[in-house]
Design a binder for this molecule. Structure first.
Ligand SMILES: C[S@@+](CC[C@H](N)C(=O)[O-])C[C@H]1O[C@@H](n2cnc3c(N)ncnc32)[C@H](O)[C@@H]1O
Length: 354
């Protein structure tokens, strides 16, 4: 009985993986976007030929792909007079198209990145294999991270995440801000637009990643981009900043405590450290019982990216994406005089005072 149940459950998991891959193709190729523009009701439903023509695609590929999306309950369908017709009901649009926090479909892209990285990471498992992988080997992942930053695009979200009234007032008046491990630098971009009196430095270890940030922040005169190793900050930056920010980076760096010590050194007296991390527990048991399959995704993505890129550096701690909020809070409290949780609606954010 247990064997049969397990077989059925795992089968369903793998079937859902197929749907997720199809969703990622739809996001990547703009198929959902185009279908939404063409048809949002049965009255305006289109054929696979019409959808293909709207994007100058081959009909046969579109027809095969959309079959998966219909059977996976992602796209609406009816056979009308022997002809297959497709549309997207309006309720599906926020989830499928990139407008705000509800854009769940963008997360399907992280799966294709993980699948693409698997052959490279599998070589790291044997004792005789490579130590880890290079950050620059994950172009697609960085593209996904850029899309995931959707929550920062809305000024109201940005303010709700920052939450602290004093900090918001100080940002209005003008602060010196540094973002470490910025990736696409979405928070820097959003905040630099919202707070023109503040000055921002967006930094990342990877020059290729920073190219994306530079392109995204172009035209913002209060932003500069700089290559920086968050675990080895140049001495000339000591005491220069009022606010140091870190989003989804702490668990990725080889020496997280060195990063925090460096951030303390970068801050002026009374300066603040704003850190975002993945909202999971430290103990596997707690993740299994409270977070379920979301944690399964985090552990797998961590296996494919966070862990191998981190331990590629000799001596890298290798916390992994599920380092856990209890551990983060404990450690931050050892380094800062005050540590508070903010923006809880949006995830795990700590605001710390030097
Ligand atoms: C998971 S990504 C997060 C990117 C971005 N903050 C975001 O939330 O989308 C981790 C980032 O940390 C950067 N990184 C890794 N090790 C670093 C280090 N030692 N110093 C600075 N950046 C680092 C990577 O290049 C990558 O852009």
């Amino acid at each position: 009985m247990a064997a049969e149940k397990f077989m059925q459950e795992l089968g369903v998991t793998i079937h859902h993986g197929g749907i997720a891959l199809g969703v990622s193709v739809g996001v990547k190729l703009g198929l959902f976007q185009s279908l939404a523009q063409l048809a949002q009701s049965k009255d305006t439903a289109v054929t696979s030929q019409q959808l293909a023509d709207s994007l100058d695609f081959k009909e046969r590929y579109v027809r095969e792909w959309i079959g998966g999306m219909v059977c996976g309950n992602v796209v609406d369908h009816e056979e009308i007079d022997g002809v297959n017709k497709y549309w997207l009901e309006p309720y599906r649009l926020p989830t499928l198209l990139g407008t705000d926090m509800e854009w769940v479909a963008c997360y399907s892209e992280i799966l294709r990145c993980a699948f693409a990285a698997a052959p490279m990471v599998e070589k790291c498992f044997p004792n005789s294999g490579p130590r880890g992988t290079e950050v620059d080997a994950y172009d697609d992942l960085h593209e996904f991270l850029r899309k995931r930053a959707v929550r920062w695009q809305k000024a109201e979200n940005c303010k709700l995440i920052l939450e602290d009234e004093h900090l918001l007032a100080k940002l209005e008046a003008g602060l010196q801000v540094l973002e470490l491990g910025c990736g696409a630098a979405a928070p820097t971009k959003a905040m630099a637009t919202l707070f023109p009196n503040s000055t921002f430095v967006a930094s990342d270890l990877s020059e290729s990643v920073l190219e994306g940030a530079k392109a995204d922040c172009e035209g913002l005169s209060n932003v500069t981009c700089r290559t920086l190793d968050a675990c080895n900050i140049p001495a000339d930056l000591a005491g220069q900043f009022d606010l140091v920010m870190l989003f989804d980076v702490y668990h990725d760096v080889p020496q997280p405590q060195t990063l925090v010590d460096g951030a303390l050194n970068l801050l002026k007296s009374g300066g603040q450290f704003f850190m975002n991390e993945i909202d999971v527990h430290e103990r596997l048991t707690d993740n299994k019982n409270n977070k379920g399959i979301v944690s399964a995704l985090y552990y797998t993505i961590s296996t494919m990216y966070c862990l191998p890129t981190c331990i590629n550096t000799p001596g890298g701690e290798g916390l992994g994406a599920c380092g856990g909020k209890e551990l983060y809070e404990r450690r931050l409290k050892r380094s800062f005089t005050k540590v508070t949780r903010v923006g809880e609606k949006f995830g795990l954010y700590f605001l710390c005072t030097k």
